[in-house]
Design a protein around this ligand. Structure first.
Ligand code: NI
Length: 136
């Protein structure tokens, strides 16, 4: 019997989406306000989900405290109140789009979780815009 457990997290970060090879006009028309030269912030909501078997003794699949601690250490401590472009190694060469941020978050968490638990992340950049990544 498989069950999915999820933990919600939140962080605020600034970014700028920009392709250096493109003209300023092309960047502005493609990325809109996310190309603002002096950056801008987003309130990111993150949902981390793991799927697996319930332990018949404890009735747990995973300990939520353990999961929330890993999310805090790997994601919130790393990205909260940061400028993704300037402060975060992960985005020195990578455009900090919601898509790329979701993949980076998945990779950081997957490295820590260290065994197959069918990890999925859903990252909201706004209330209405979100992306999903499950490692595929
Ligand atoms: Ni933006």
């Amino acid at each position: 019997m498989e069950i999915t457990v999820s933990r919600k997290a939140h962080f605020n970060a600034a970014h700028r989406l920009h392709v250096p090879e493109w003209s300023d006009e092309k960047n502005k028309s493609f990325f809109g306000s996310c190309n603002n030269p002096n950056f801008h912030g987003h309130n990111y909501d993150l949902i981390v989900s793991l799927t697996g078997e319930i332990d018949p003794i404890t009735g747990y699949f995973i300990d939520m405290k353990w999961l929330s601690q890993i999310i805090k250490e790997e994601i919130e401590d790393r990205f909260d109140h940061k400028n993704l472009n300037l402060d975060c190694e992960e985005f020195k060469q990578l455009n900090p789009s919601t898509e790329n941020l979701a993949v980076v978050i998945w990779q950081l968490l997957n490295k820590r979780l260290n065994h197959p638990k069918n990890l999925k992340v859903i990252l909201y950049e706004t209330e209405r815009n979100f992306v999903e990544y499950n490692g595929n």
